[in-house]
Design a protein around this ligand. Structure first.
Ligand code: NDP
Length: 246
């Protein structure tokens, strides 16, 4: 399949996990792909190599999503390096657990800055580069709509913010034929939430399909939303959670 041939994409936080799977899936469909990472330079280089093995252009950019200047720079470097930008995937995110009563200011700030502010700033920086048919896809969470246990309130808040952001930005960019959508994973087997981790059995028990998803399950939804076939889908949500929110 090559329905993204000639497209240029930036995926934030794609040295590992869901972001890496999205970057590889976009390349598989024919896109050139830039990725950002915070610390994992070696893992990012592996992802770039895998993109290049598919015959596509790959580019790794070190950029801490908590740093507004770095976020803006990463979008500019991606557009310059790839010769333009058609697709932005806001994937970089962190999880910090803790009740509201106990959570530190540093954790609250980190969650808001990386999971929310960086999504706004990367989208803002991408807008001048995106033409007709452009795509913004952000990665939220099933916890953005439902909070089925305590201790994840602020994380859930950050993912909930992406629902309104997606709807509002879809209104703003619709006249330019640019779509904006949100993909909400449920429990997905990555370093953030390993399928053999302490929380895993509890999450499986809440999930009708009774299993973790893998990063490729999320990537499949993103590549569809990025494709020309999804041209009439904007301002909405695709939840890939095994039924967790049912
Ligand atoms: P991982 O922790 O496995 O990977 C996180 C990726 O984001 C890494 O590439 C990491 O880079 C990058 N990253 C983290 N912090 C920053 C930062 N400050 N600046 C730039 N890049 C950063 O996470 P997942 O793949 O599991 O999660 C991806 C997205 O999916 C997140 O938004 C998460 O909230 C969401 N999600 C995940 C779920 C799950 O069950 N796994 C469920 C629902 C949503 P580096 O390697 O350099 O640290």
């Amino acid at each position: 399949m090559s329905d993204l041939a000639g497209k240029r994409a930036l995926v934030t936080g794609a040295s590992r996990g869901i972001g890496a799977a999205i970057a590889l899936a976009l390349a598989e469909k024919g896109a050139d792909v830039a990725i950002t990472y915070e610390r994992s330079a070696d893992r990012a280089a592996d992802v770039v190599r895998a993109i290049e093995e598919k015959g596509r252009r790959g580019l790794a950019i070190q950029a801490d999503s908590a740093d507004p200047a770095a976020v803006k720079r990463s979008v500019e470097e991606a557009a310059e390096g790839l010769g333009g930008l058609d697709i932005l995937v806001n994937n970089a995110g962190i999880a910090r657990a803790g009740t509201v009563a106990e959570m530190s200011l540093a954790d609250i700030d980190a969650l808001l800055n990386i999971n929310v502010r960086a999504v706004v700033l990367a989208s803002q920086a991408a807008i001048p580069h995106l033409g007709q048919g452009g795509r913004i896809v952000s990665i939220g969470s099933s916890l953005g709509e439902r909070v089925p246990f305590p201790g994840v309130t602020v994380y859930s808040l950050t993912k909930s913010a992406l629902l309104a952001f997606t709807r509002g930005l879809a209104r703003e960019l619709g006249p330019h034929d640019i779509t904006v959508n949100l993909v909400q994973p449920g429990a997905t087997d990555t370093d953030m939430n390993p399928a053999d981790g302490e929380q895993a059995d509890g999450l499986r028990a809440l999930t009708p399909l009774g299993r973790y998803g893998n990063p490729q399950d999320v990537a499949a939804a993103v590549t569809f939303l990025a494709s020309p076939a999804a041209r009439q889908i904007t301002g909405t949500v695709v939840t890939v959670d095994g039924g967790l929110n049912a």
